[in-house]
Design a protein around this ligand. Structure first.
Ligand code: AMP
Length: 211
């Protein structure tokens, strides 16, 4: 059983890395952002409560987030383990988490702020199948069209300049202190996010003693 948290500034590639790691080791990839986006797209009651907050790039209330994570982990469909992506995002969430669960490591992907904006603004998502694209690293063959299902590519509502600035500020003010909490427990594994996707994955598997 492997239980990980993956963290890092927006656009550092944590979703991509979590996906690769979860596919290889049969882990359940739990992305709090994806759960929120699903709720917004499907017009659920929760979606209505959080839609504006998410679009502005602000953090959703800790109570809502803790409840989502708690319910998702209570499904117990993670026989081989899980990777929590996008949580905890502030010290209060980290404390709630550590009181209730234990983990093996926190994967921290580092990326300089200067690169974040460029990466995030070039991010696209298939509106049908959800596949990720990046206009620099992973361009679709036909403009604005998914290579796999032909769906239309769109930008996330919160991938605009103002929202990205808000998320960068939040990351430094609120998420960075979370790393200090985990560092005290010697749980952190730091990898350089400013390299090829495959190299980031190789570095993190090596540092997690998976190879
Ligand atoms: P992400 O996909 O991780 O970038 O998350 C997208 C958005 O969902 C964030 O900008 C927040 O509005 C919300 N969100 C995701 N995870 C959290 C969290 N742990 N705490 C509060 N808000 C969150």
């Amino acid at each position: 059983m492997r239980k990980y948290v993956i963290t890092g500034i927006q656009g550092c590639g944590k979703g991509t890395q979590a996906k690769l790691l979860s596919e290889k080791y049969d882990l359940v990839h739990i992305s709090v952002g994806d759960i929120f986006r699903w709720n917004v797209q499907h017009h659920t009651k929760l979606g209505a409560r959080i839609r504006r907050i998410v679009a502005r790039g602000e953090l959703v209330d800790d109570e809502i987030v803790a409840d989502i994570v708690h319910k998702r982990l209570a499904d117990h469909d993670w026989n081989y383990g899980f990777i929590l992506d996008g949580f905890p995002r502030n010290p209060r969430q980290a404390e709630f988490f550590l009181e209730n669960y234990d983990i093996d490591a926190v994967i921290n992907i580092e990326l300089p702020d200067a690169i974040v904006m460029k990466r995030v603004l070039s991010r696209r998502l298939c509106s049908q199948c959800g596949l990720d694209y990046n206009l620099f690293f992973h361009r679709p063959e036909k403009e604005d069209t998914c290579d796999v299902c032909g769906g239309q590519l769109i930008a996330r509502a919160d991938d605009n300049e103002d929202a990205v600035k808000a998320r960068i500020a939040d990351f430094h003010a609120k998420t960075q202190p979370v790393l200090d909490i985990f560092a005290r427990k010697e749980l952190i594994v730091t990898v350089d996010g400013n390299q090829d996707v495959g190299l980031v994955q190789a570095e993190l598997r090596f540092k997690l003693n998976l190879v």
